[in-house]
Design a protein around this ligand. Structure first.
Ligand code: HAM
Length: 448
């Protein structure tokens, strides 16, 4: 019987693994450039960590089971609750702002489809200990840079920016309480994928006859694309006293955030879009999602502020903002734009071996070059020269190290540079000395 992998789980053959390493490498480099530190957390967590904290949508997708000790556990569907616990436990000794990142696999029992699998990688980037919009701007700038490093530009993707605080103010102006607001935000989150009559029916349950008029005002808000229109809209809401003051302060935060994004050179990549509310339960302020510019396909990344989560998980009060980018939609987009190539590394040297004595010499030189950090290979069984050269070429080797009986007698190895076709003899006892220069410059044709 031929076994198959589970639906939604990927196998990575070396070429796919090399491509994955390329993506992780780019992510790490960007995190480093922004001075974030890497951390890690368990893959298996107590189930309760996700109940309530992550919200219904994720809880319905958990890989959960009872372990042999009778504990209810779940494979992590996301990193944020684990991270909030790590931060909470050491909050007092960590220097703020805390800027951390992780690259790891996550698991959600979703229906496998384009852009959605059951096991996928996320690049999580978060800042703790800073409540002002400078932290949100820093993360959005990092998100933009992380996508740009792959060669994507503002024609290819957009970060859609929204704000749960503004939504709560708008919903307060509609007379909704906290519970009503939470239900309505859930409906707004799915509006893009819901038929209008169905949305009205859902809203009717909270708002009664006012549902259709309300939906009209929501659609007006969602259509806003610039800050001036947004300000006008918010200032025209029927808000009084404290709520009116909050609305004005919030517009100042927006102004600061957009200013920060502009200074960081990321303004072209941002689109105001209140249609983004984010399905996860813990978000509290600015929220954002990156999408292919056409608006097609699932999100490339998503995140936002979650100022209450560390405290909810038993830690102190700690402002937080972060996002996660997934590898599945990213690779789909990069492939469609032809921005991925082949990443399998080729050897620096392949030894071409003629006979038993030559094999001893080749193996001993290979050991030396390998210890110097070069990528070296040789055939594991005796073969004719022709076949060996053909294999070396196919493996994309840069140099052949040729060990024939003549070379062995003279204590030399003949080096062939596959790029130029030039061959030169090297004394074997000088390999340590000569190889760095050989690898940097290659063997050139002698010009008269
Ligand atoms: P999320 O929006 O659930 O946010 O996921 C972030 C990204 O992970 C998505 O935009 C998508 O690229 C990828 N992703 C999610 N589910 C799947 C799936 N089933 N298959 C493939 N890719 C997927 C979070 O997870 C938050 N914890 C992000 C965050 C970090 N918020 C604050 N800090």
């Amino acid at each position: 019987m031929q076994f198959q992998s589970l639906p939604g789980f990927r196998e990575f053959y070396p070429d796919a693994c090399a491509r994955r390493n390329h993506i992780f490498g780019q992510w790490k480099q960007v995190a480093r450039a922004f001075n974030f530190q890497e951390y890690d957390a368990p893959v298996l967590e107590p189930l309760e960590l996700y109940i309530e904290k992550s919200g219904e949508e994720i809880v319905g997708q958990l890989f959960n089971f009872e372990d042999r000790g009778g504990r209810t556990v779940a494979l992590r569907p996301e990193m944020t609750p684990s991270l909030a616990r790590l931060i909470g436990a050491k909050a007092n000794s960590l220097k703020r702002p805390i800027k951390w990142f992780n690259i790891g696999e996550h698991y959600r029992y979703e229906k496998p489809q384009k852009g959605r699998l059951r096991a996928f990688y996320q690049f999580n980037v978060d800042i703790f200990g800073e409540s002002g919009p400078a932290a949100d701007a820093e993360l959005i700038a990092l998100l933009v840079q992380a996508l740009r490093t792959f060669g994507l530009d503002s024609k290819d993707f957009k970060v859609r920016l929204s704000d749960r605080d503004l939504w709560l103010l708008m919903l307060a102006a509609e007379g909704l309480d906290e519970a009503g607001s939470a239900t309505v935000l859930g409906i707004i989150d799915k509006l893009e994928r819901t038929e209008r009559p169905k949305a009205i029916e859902q809203l009717y349950k909270v708002l009664g006859d006012g549902a259709e008029g309300f939906l009209g005002r929501v659609e007006q808000a969602i259509a806003i694309r610039d800050f001036d229109t947004l300000s006008e809209f918010i200032l025209s809401l029927p808000l009084e006293g404290d709520l009116a003051t909050q609305a004005k302060q919030r517009l100042k935060d927006w102004h600061a955030l957009l200013g920060g994004i502009k200074s960081a050179g990321a303004a072209d990549f941002i689109q105001i879009d209140l249609g983004i509310v984010r399905g996860l339960a813990y978000y509290t302020g600015f929220v954002f999602e990156a999408f292919e510019a056409s608006g097609e396909g699932r999100a490339l990344a998503g995140g936002g502020r979650y100022d209450a989560l560390v405290n909810k998980l038993g830690g102190p009060e700690m402002p937080a903002v972060g996002f996660a980018m997934g590898d599945v939609t990213l690779v789909d987009l990069l492939e469609s734009k032809k921005l991925l190539s082949t990443y399998v590394e080729s050897p620096d040297f392949i030894a071409i071996i003629g006979g038993a004595e030559a094999r001893d010499a080749a193996m001993s030189d290979a050991a030396l070059l390998r210890s110097m950090g070069y990528r070296v290979d040789y055939p594991l069984k005796d073969q004719g020269f022709g076949k060996q050269f053909k294999d070396a070429n196919q493996k994309g080797a840069r140099f052949a190290l040729i060990y024939g009986s003549e070379e062995i007698e003279k204590g030399v190895v003949k080096v062939r540079d596959f790029a130029s076709g030039v061959e030169q003899e090297f004394l074997r006892n000088q390999l340590v000395e000569l190889t760095p220069e050989l690898v940097s410059n290659g063997l050139q044709e002698c010009r008269p």
